[in-house]
Design a protein around this ligand. Structure first.
Ligand code: BTN
Length: 309
């Protein structure tokens, strides 16, 4: 009901009377009034005049009813430790594919290689539970597809020149705009679920704690609705994962800024330096070392040696 009321108010050019809302939705005046009050309590700027209700400002909300058709799959939290922990719990309880845990803020946001992810108000923090039918050795397809979808959606919606850094970061120039973390549960040689945790710097100011990070707000000079990024990303991801036979590595290469760059690779065990020359058909980064030999990197973090992003 809340989704329908919000949609009516967003589409209206003039104030909407309670009577029209009741008629459109086939519910009582009391019920409409109750839902409007709940929406106001959640922060929606709905004013009432003798002519009816008006939504003064769209706002930047991530409540389930903001995602039409996905409401039952969106689990929203004002605050949580980490959406990775919530998603793991949901997955263990058998939630369907494309279930999303999203939080306004996280108290223990996690990054790759045991780093913390600054998760204050304004950023977009979510984990999507996916249940692809691929064997384990094709899990790279999910991660690379997600990077392509996220970079594409950011470019198309904001006009920002987002590029992908191996394996799954999105940068603008040398600065980090998004990070991605994954967890997988398997049975035999098949994937039970892959949980993709994504942090996007949208309306936060990450550069105050991390000089090599930037947000959409800092780049555009104005706030941007996080809902549009999440919604666009989920739509693209769902349809891309369903479309079989796409060469996702070829698509990813169209967006990457990694190839041809001098890089430093950090894994949990070692650090090496060289030039990133290719990403192979399994998603591994091929690095040419100073002696001309090639090293295949399966997992790790990649830093550009010029800017260390
Ligand atoms: C990285 O280090 O680049 C990965 C960062 C991933 C951060 C996201 S925010 C949502 C989800 N919950 C977490 O605790 N981490 C991921």
């Amino acid at each position: 009901m809340k989704a329908k009321i919000i949609k009516l108010l967003k589409n209206a050019n003039t104030p909407l009377s309670g009577e029209i809302i009741c008629q459109d939705l086939g519910v009582s005046r009391v019920s409409v009034h109750k839902h409007i009050n709940t929406l106001r309590e959640r922060g929606y700027a709905i004013t009432a005049s003798s002519a009816g209700y008006t939504l003064d400002k769209e706002g930047d909300f991530l409540f389930p009813w903001e995602f039409e058709g996905r409401e039952s799959l969106i689990h929203y939290f004002e605050e949580t430790t980490s959406t990775m922990a919530v998603a793991r719990d949901l997955a263990e309880k058998g939630c369907p594919t494309m279930t999303v845990a999203v939080a306004q803020r996280q108290t223990r946001g996690r990054g790759r290689l045991d780093r913390t992810w600054d998760s204050r108000d304004g950023g977009l923090y979510f984990t999507v539970v996916l249940r692809p039918t691929f064997p384990i050795n094709q899990v790279y397809k999910v991660l690379f597809t997600a990077s392509v979808c996220l970079a594409g959606v950011i470019r198309d919606l904001t006009g920002i020149e987002a590029s992908v850094k191996w394996p799954n970061d999105i940068l603008v120039g040398e600065k980090k705009l998004t990070g991605m973390l994954s967890e997988m549960a398997t049975q035999d040689e098949f994937i039970q679920n892959v949980n993709l945790g994504i942090g996007v710097n949208v309306n936060n100011n990450p550069s105050s704690v991390e000089p090599n990070a930037v947000s959409i707000k800092e780049l555009l000079g104005r706030e941007f609705p996080r809902r549009e990024i999440l919604s666009g990303f989920l739509d693209r991801l769902e349809s891309r994962l369903e479309a079989s036979g796409e060469d996702v590595i070829a698509l990813w290469k169209q967006y990457t800024s990694t190839l041809g760059r001098p890089v430093r690779i950090q894994t949990t065990r070692s650090v090496l330096e060289g030039t990133a020359v290719d990403v192979n058909s399994h998603g591994s980064l091929m690095v040419e070392l100073a002696d001309g030999s090639l090293e295949e990197i399966f997992h790790g973090d990649c830093f550009y040696r010029s800017g260390e992003a």
